[in-house]
Design a protein around this ligand. Sequence first.
Ligand code: NI
Length: 556
Amino acid sequence: MKKIVIDPITRIEGHLRVEVEIDEDNVVQEAYASGQLFRGIEIILKDRDPRDAGLMAGRICGVCTNSHFRGAVSAVEDAYGLEIPKNAEIIRDLMAMALFIQDHVVHFYHLHLLDFVDVVSALEADIKLTSKEAHKYSKKPFRNSHTHYEEVKTKLQNFVKAGKLGPFSNGYWGHNEYKLTAEQNLLLISHYLEALKFQTNISKAVAIFGGKTPHPQSIVVGGITSVADMLNPGRLNDYIFIIKEAKEFVDRAYLPDMKLLAIAYKDEIKEGQGRANGNFLSVGGYEFEGDQRLFCNGVIYGHNFDEIEEFDETKITEEVDRAWYNEKDEPFYTDLNEDGSLKTKTKTDKYSWIKAPRYDGKTMETGPLARILVSYMKGNELIKSFVDEFLKDTNLELIDLSTTIGRNVARAIETAYICEYIFKLVSRLIQNIKYYDTETWGKYDFEKLPKDTKGGVFLEVPRGVLSHFVNIKNQKIQNYSVIAPTTWNATPKNLDGKRGAYEEALIGIKLADPSRPLEVLKVLHSFDPCLACAVHIIDTKGVDLGRYKIKINCQI
Ligand code: NI
């Protein structure tokens, strides 16, 4: 048995280390995913005014800022039993939806695409054939002119001539895991470059109501502060315009690209590559129309799509037996082995800063795939139509989505679905304003709120289920606790020995060349890891971090 260590995994957010054990045929037999940073925001939040929790919790991560900001404010509102005005809820949703679109597009093109696309091969592409190829997946392909592809090719040639590939350096070019033709590679690389412009524009949509992004400023306990933006038709128009542009890209580039990938990698999909254990968790949410929600809540066990349980928050537990915490929940770092590998020899060795959340004792996968599967099976008509059309066009089945490529398909479908839904949200807001409902903040007297209370919230955010819990004593935060989507997916094993989604998805993957483990990166990237959300504080030299005297007590 050989061991391969990848540390850090790049093109993700935060610091993830993965060790895999491969047999003589280079097939992965065991895997260990380790969060290498310690998150201390919960400690910083202690003894603070609960009204400040949002701005501080937003700093948990540089990518998911809006999600934690809203999560913290909503948890405090829940603790105090505060209802927020409809308009405030819609504005928060508009910010969240723009973030979903931004996150998903950036993830696919800038963090994951190079696991499928051989940049160097794109130099060999025939321009006319590239344009023809694009027409196979879209009636109206995005920027499909010969001049455009010539420009992209020249840009790539200039990188190569200069002796460096710029953003494309250090790839495993020429690896036989790359399956696309030169033309397909050029087509996707052209969209990689277009998506760079896309991400700037879509960020503005979050900033219109958030004041800025990352780290928006406008959500406060009781509502939102961006009243002037809401009442200014010009600002609303700007938002709608950006979303319309985004929708063009999603419909004409992102979704078609996913079809291309699903067809090109069909064998791999049918083999179930990157499949985890089939346990999926979605808490649902986002008011749509009347009682309808954008996403349904539900729990699927072992790919049994026909029996979906309702989500029950009391079934969640979080344990630390194999994470670097002691029985008092304090940071407790145990050294690495002498050769620098993780200590995983015995079934009790600790190997990650990420704690081990379980649902009814089981490891869970959360994220767009979980949301799509649960919503599809629970009869969400709009999601169903997107999924059915995709499966028909690519000749795939629902189970095929539970794979590396399938996670990306689910993400693209979700983006297209949100682009449709978002206009309904905007029109609801306009209706309210038209009928003189301009309330954005529910008045309360802080001094009269309960001194001791607790609350929490579950939110679907781009990477999956996010929960924030707060315990308030004498108007100050006594305890704070976060379970981020990556905590679920990247969970270490516990004393139960059960592999989390990252680890399980790697089992059985065959590496063509263990010195260039592209196959491992591909599986992990498909989850869109955000380690910064899961943990904090770096230990670059393997020194003892157990010296921290600060206590984390997340018992609520
Ligand atoms: Ni994050």
